[in-house]
Design a protein around this ligand. Structure first.
Ligand SMILES: Nc1ncnc2c1ncn2[C@@H]1O[C@H](COP(=O)(O)OP(=O)(O)OP(=O)(O)O)[C@@H](O)[C@H]1O
Ligand SMILES: [Mg+2]
Length: 497
């Protein structure tokens, strides 16, 4: 039999949304099969159907190993041989690493959970993965990247025949991606099929054998990656050609508007780092995951205690005891982990957008729902947020569209300085371009932008200057005219060039 998994004629309707419209997918054993499409195309929905989280509309069929496949929850899916690494991690932060790895399939001895065996087995899995954490750590103590790798370990360890990876590299870079790809190659050799969802083009061409594309819930086509190039793939996804992936708008660079000098975090994750940004300027912060970039901006923002350093906004010293102190001065932070700090998933788009910019949504001193709706509508259009209305619950939006809401809510507050931590994580090519254009129009208005990104091409495409961090310190700075991939990579790994 040619296919390990075959989906025919699958549809899924949510209130007001046809998420999937008679789609198909055929997966061969031992292949890495990319599933691609814009934000809201229906990728995660199809995968959740496979895991028994959603029920497909009546009609169509799913075959696993040539036999009808019907599961009604993730446990049944895993028992049948289908495992998934979710796009939106849902860690229970007080759980330890080993408990998380074995949740729902605890090792037992005389009917009791055998903690010791679970800890030992976890230790081995963690080591094999090249991860430096203890099985006894709680998930709270881990970075987003480490949590993601724990999910990967979990899927590998259940002995699945098909592993779904929904944006597994969204929060990890370089070294960890290489480790993941190593695991993927090993799994392939064992005949395991991988369904791989990612918005990072380079990964699709380096690890995937075939690719299936959906657009707006419909099947567009399937082909071998070796017969396709990036431009063709983008065209299949967005339905038109995109020539300038990184549009760079010209802005007048003015005086320094924001400085953070000699920042030292109490936990020493950041040691004596100074950065500054001018009006009209886009400053990039590059570096590997774990270099201390998020730690730096969280420290500046009052989310962690500083042992030293000063923050100066428009020439004025600001004492930052909590984020409120710096938000008041017109500085915004778009955070990396939208689940923890970015969004209220149970709230509507209106609710979320109103949180930061409430002062802009008052009518005679009272919160105006009408104004909130109008503001939401503006950004739904500007960022092409895919949703039936602004009353939609944010948790029901696709991953990329949730990220767009995070960006919208901060843009609405019209900060003078906007710090963005991996703003385009999980966002499709077309929408990324919309975000770059918005950032471009901000700096044209004389605002300043600081952008952390792990994607060097993105930093090189949109920034005027890139500061690179490595192991908690600034390892160098590069001006736009001197940008080169090698240079930035060398600084990120702190190699002298
Ligand atoms: N539980 C839900 N209730 C209502 N609508 C939903 C729900 N889950 C998904 N949708 C809608 O279905 C469509 C497809 O969403 P899905 O999450 O599958 O997109 P995706 O291709 O994974 O996008 P992304 O690249 O942004 O992750 C979207 O319009 C989304 O808003
Ligand atoms: Mg998704």
């Amino acid at each position: 039999m040619e296919y390990i998994l075959e989906l025919k004629d699958i549809s899924k309707t949510f209130p007001g949304v046809k998420a999937l419209d008679h789609v198909q997918l055929q997966v061969k054993p031992g292949e890495v099969h990319a599933l691609m499409g814009e934000n809201g195309a229906g990728k995660s929905t199809l995968m959740k159907i496979l895991m028994g989280i959603y029920k497909k509309d009546p009609g169509g069929e799913i075959l696993f190993n040539g036999r009808p496949y019907e599961v009604s929850n993730p446990k049944e899916a895993i028992d049948t041989g289908v495992a998934m690494i979710h796009q939106e991690l849902n860690p229970i932060y007080d759980m330890t690493v080993y408990e998380n790895i074995f949740v729902g399939r605890e090792l037992r001895k005389h009917g009791l959970v055998d903690k010791k065996a679970e800890i030992e087995a976890s230790r081995k899995l963690i080591e094999d993965c090249g991860l430096h954490v203890s099985p006894m750590n709680t998930l709270r103590e881990l970075t987003v990247a480490q949590c993601q790798l724990i999910e990967i370990i979990k899927a590998i360890s259940v002995d699945a025949k098909v592993i779904i990876m929904d944006e597994p590299t969204a929060a990890i870079t370089d070294r960890e991606v290489e480790i993941l790809f190593g695991h993927i190659r090993r799994l392939k050799a064992q005949g395991v099929a991988i369904i791989y969802i990612s918005h990072r083009m380079s990964e699709i061409f380096s690890i995937c054998d075939r690719v299936t594309v959906y657009r707006d819930g419909q099947y567009i086509g399937c082909g071998e990656t070796k017969d396709l190039d990036e431009a063709q793939l983008i065209k299949m996804m967005v339905g038109r050609e995109i020539t300038d992936v990184f549009p760079k708008s010209e802005a007048k660079i003015g005086e320094v508007v924001f400085e953070a000098n000699h920042i030292v975090r109490a936990d020493h994750k950041v040691k004596d780092v100074s950065i500054s940004v001018r009006r009209g300027e886009i400053l990039g912060i590059g570096g590997l995951v774990g270099a201390g970039r998020s730690e730096l901006v969280e420290g500046i923002f009052g989310l962690h205690r500083l042992a030293g350093g000063e923050i100066v906004v428009r020439g004025e010293h600001v004492r930052v005891r909590s984020p409120k102190d710096i938000i008041k001065k017109g500085v915004a932070l778009v955070t990396e982990d939208r689940k923890v700090t970015g969004l209220n998933l149970r709230g509507t788009i209106n609710d979320n957008i109103a949180v930061v910019a409430i002062s802009k949504l008052l009518d005679h001193g009272l919160y105006s729902k009408k104004k909130a709706r109008a503001a939401s509508a503006e950004y739904i259009e500007k960022l092409k947020i895919k949703t039936p209305s602004s009353d939609q619950i944010v948790g029901d939006l696709s991953g990329g569209n949730q990220q767009k809401v995070v960006i919208a809510k901060w843009l609405l507050s019209e900060p003078d300085v906007i710090i963005m931590d991996e703003p385009t994580r999980g966002i499709d090519v077309g929408a990324k371009r919309d975000i770059y254009l918005l950032i471009g129009s901000l700096v044209q208005q004389g605002k300043a932008v600081i952008m952390i990104s792990s994607e060097i091409p993105e930093l090189m495409g949109v920034c005027d200057r890139i500061a690179v961090m490595s192991e908690g310190v600034l390892s160098g700075e590069v001006q736009r005219e001197d940008f080169s991939q090698e240079r930035i990579m060398a600084l990120a790994s702190a190699i002298e060039v």
